[in-house]
Ligand binder design. Structure first.
Ligand SMILES: NC(=O)c1ccc[n+]([C@@H]2O[C@H](COP(=O)([O-])OP(=O)(O)OC[C@H]3O[C@@H](n4cnc5c(N)ncnc54)[C@H](O)[C@@H]3O)[C@@H](O)[C@H]2O)c1
Length: 387
């Protein structure tokens, strides 16, 4: 096993998690430096993150022959620019989601990677987490039968109350669909396989947003409430709502309906759903079907859901903590083992096509059929990273 050297472009809000997590795998990855927009700010930030070397520019980073993998943690509107530049410089890429701000740019990235014989992987890697891996195992074991439908709901009022630099969420490449949709769609694709066609409706509650932590009002350039329907190649029909226009909700983040039961991601918490690695998983089996009990016994409405233990270990330190970056660790292992990485760019491109399809279907009042497809990523073996 030869460890690979990683350099970061972008050292903002999310970079701490990556740096902390990647440092746990010193035999597999080594962070050799970083670069971002403003050199002075980047030097200061690198000290906080414990990164020893700051390149004077992104170009200098890309010109360093020591760098094997570029970790792109910039904002979505420049993801494509740096993913393409890194590939041109002969580097493998791991990028934050979405793969690019548009499907057309995403395709260019994957075409260039194929031409260069390099790999591209993309967040989210939350489907490596204990809950989604447990769901995967149980679905594959037929616990809820064939999945015929489902519903996902990402309902909140945007990130301006918690994120210090939130303006990009209201520009193209941001918005609830492209920002949060990748978590939901990647989870669904990892569980159900690829999507065949989508349709949707959308709107926005306001034309401008006041961002309190920036004390600034910005124009809203994208729709902030999108409700769509997706038909998967498996036949499952899943409805999806992605919204930054909802003050509160108690809807579960995800429900999957099978011929023999139902899985529910229980938490209505704004920080729950497929964007976390852990979380509770509820199961209702058809034999516990509430309305099937005749004559209806006292308390039939109180029959609790089963809580499924999500205790699959997947690394040395835990199975449900915030492990962002584990997809990059898997990418490096995959390069060396000659297999496809789980958080691979083909899946990210397909997910991007689905999400852009929802947005376009709503704006153009039509159905959109997917032109890409992908394989389900391999399930994680129980001893992943424990050998
Ligand atoms: N913040 C979160 O909680 C979070 C969670 C998951 C994923 N993400 C994703 O991570 C990515 C980064 O988000 P963030 O919250 O860290 O953003 P941020 O604005 O805090 O940081 C962005 C970084 O990119 C750099 N950058 C921006 N434009 C650049 C350019 N043109 N050239 C060079 N560097 C540039 C900035 O200097 C900064 O270092 C986004 O794709 C976001 O969707 C963020």
């Amino acid at each position: 096993m030869k460890k690979m050297k990683v350099a970061l472009i972008g050292v903002g809000d999310i970079s701490n998690k990556y740096v902390d997590n990647l440092k746990q795998y010193p035999k597999i990855v080594e962070i050799v430096g970083c670069a971002a927009r403003d050199y002075e700010k980047t030097v200061k930030r690198a000290q906080e993150l414990g990164i020893d070397h700051v390149y004077e520019s992104v170009d200098a980073l890309l010109a360093d022959p020591e760098v094997d993998v570029v970790l792109n943690l910039t904002v979505p509107e420049v993801h494509a620019k740096y993913n393409l530049a890194a590939l041109r410089a002969g580097k493998h890429v791991y990028t934050e989601k979405p793969l690019a701000a548009t499907f057309a740019e995403g395709k260019q990235i994957m075409d260039l990677a194929a031409e260069k014989g390099l790999t591209v992987c993309c967040a989210p890697d939350t489907f490596f987490g204990s809950r989604l891996q447990t769901m995967r195992e149980q679905i594959d074991a037929g616990i809820i039968g064939r999945i015929t439908g489902g519903e996902v709901s990402m309902l909140c009022h945007g990130w301006e109350f918690v994120h210090p630099n939130v303006a990009f969420y209201y520009r193209p490449g941001g918005g609830p669909t492209l920002d949060m949709g990748p978590y939901y769609l990647t989870a669904l694709v990892s569980l159900l396989g690829p999507v065949e066609a989508v349709t949707a409706m959308s709107g926005r509650s306001t034309e401008t947003r006041y961002l309190p932590l920036m004390d600034k009002t910005v124009p809203v350039e994208i729709d902030t409430h999108v409700t769509g329907v997706m038909r998967f190649a498996s036949g499952a029909i899943v409805t999806a709502t992605f919204s930054f226009d909802v003050w509160d909700s108690i809807r579960p983040r995800m429900e999957l309906y099978g011929t023999d039961g139902v899985f529910i991601m229980a938490e209505p918490d704004s920080n729950g759903g497929p964007n976390i690695f852990g979380g509770d998983l509820w199961l209702r089996r058809k034999q516990d079907f509430r309305w099937g009990k005749m004559p209806r016994p006292e308390g039939v409405n109180d029959i609790p859901f089963e809580t499924v233990p999500c205790d699959r270990p997947f690394n040395e330190t835990g199975h449900d903590r915030n492990s962002r970056g584990i997809g990059l660790v898997d990418q490096v292992l995959a390069i060396q083992e000659g297999r496809q990485a789980r958080a691979n760019g083909q899946m990210a491109l397909h997910v991007l096509e689905v999400l852009e399809g929802l947005v376009n279907a709503a704006q153009e009042e039509k159905w959109v059929r997917m032109t890409t497809t992908c394989d389900r990523p391999d399930a994680l073996p129980a001893d992943f990273l424990q050998k």
